[in-house]
Design a binder for this molecule. Structure first.
Ligand code: HEC
Ligand code: HEC
Length: 205
């Protein structure tokens, strides 16, 4: 009886080991290679050193998967740029080449890295106006002054200001599709409100 139970355990163990093998990325090296590819643009541990590349360590596991699906399903445009020696340069194509298992592994990896808010220049007067707007309009989903990711809402505090400015522009022009609750809020703001919010997010760390 005991032997049978042990055999059963061994079989279950072997089966799960096989399943793990077949769900790519198959090995730690494969994940390392993928992560290295992402870090070329998004920086070490997903903390970006360049204003056109967002930091990606601030997304939750769910938020990360959700974002990759937006690229894969054409709900979001991505800027096109050329980097010499880089095989693929547009985020949409990069996302489309990944399997579901790879997206999941990357989501787990980056959501577990520490997020380092980017230090940027900001206008303190605009930032304090932005704080009030944030509290009224955005805090409900972009929690704790935008420092804490929600299930699908990303961290805004300490993210690159030029990147966020471009995303707001894309959302308002309909090039990036977001939930109506989110786009309705943005549409109520004027250009100065948007700058105030951007300066606020740059001021929080
Ligand atoms: C050649 C540069 C480059 C590489 C390599 C790259 N990305 Fe990106 N990524 C970008 C750019 C640029 C954006 C912003 C695109 C936009 O929406 O305009 C972006 C956006 C993202 C976002 C959205 C962030 C947010 O806050 O919404 C995620 C997630 C992401 N990339 C993940 C990855 C992963 C995972 C990899 C590796 C498999 C990767 N990227 C490789 C350039 C790159
Ligand atoms: C009802 C919830 C909700 C509210 C309220 C909301 N957002 Fe969002 N926001 C989201 C979600 C969810 C996303 C993820 C985007 C998606 O759907 O592509 C997001 C994404 C964003 C992004 C893109 C960030 C990135 O990394 O690409 C910006 C910028 C943003 N929100 C700003 C704001 C501002 C400013 C306000 C207040 C005026 C606001 N949001 C209010 C839910 C919300």
């Amino acid at each position: 009886m005991v032997v049978v139970r042990i055999m059963h355990r061994v079989l279950v163990y072997l089966l799960s080991a096989c399943l793990a093998l077949f769900s790519t990325p198959g090995s730690a090296e494969d994940l390392d290679d993928l992560v290295n590819r992402c870090e070329i643009c998004h920086g070490k541990d997903g903390n970006s050193g360049l204003p056109i590349f967002p930091s990606i360590s601030g997304l939750s596991y769910e938020g990360f998967r959700y974002t990759m699906d937006e690229y894969r399903e054409n709900r979001r445009i991505a800027i096109e740029f050329q980097r010499p020696g880089e095989p693929e340069t547009v985020m949409i194509n990069i996302a489309r080449q990944l399997s579901d298992a790879e997206v999941e592994a990357l989501a787990r990896y980056f959501s577990e890295r520490p997020y380092i808010p980017i230090r940027q220049k900001f206008d303190p007067v605009l930032a304090s106006r932005g704080a009030i707007l944030h509290e009224r309009q955005c805090e409900q989903c972009h929690l704790q002054n935008g420092t804490k990711p929600g299930d699908d809402a990303p961290i805004l505090a300490g993210q690159w200001m030029p990147y966020l400015r471009l995303q707001i522009k894309n959302i308002l022009s309909g090039k990036r599709l977001v939930s109506r609750r989110m786009s309705t809020r943005l549409r109520k703001l004027n250009q100065e409100d948007i700058e105030a919010l951007l300066n606020f997010y740059a001021s929080v760390s």
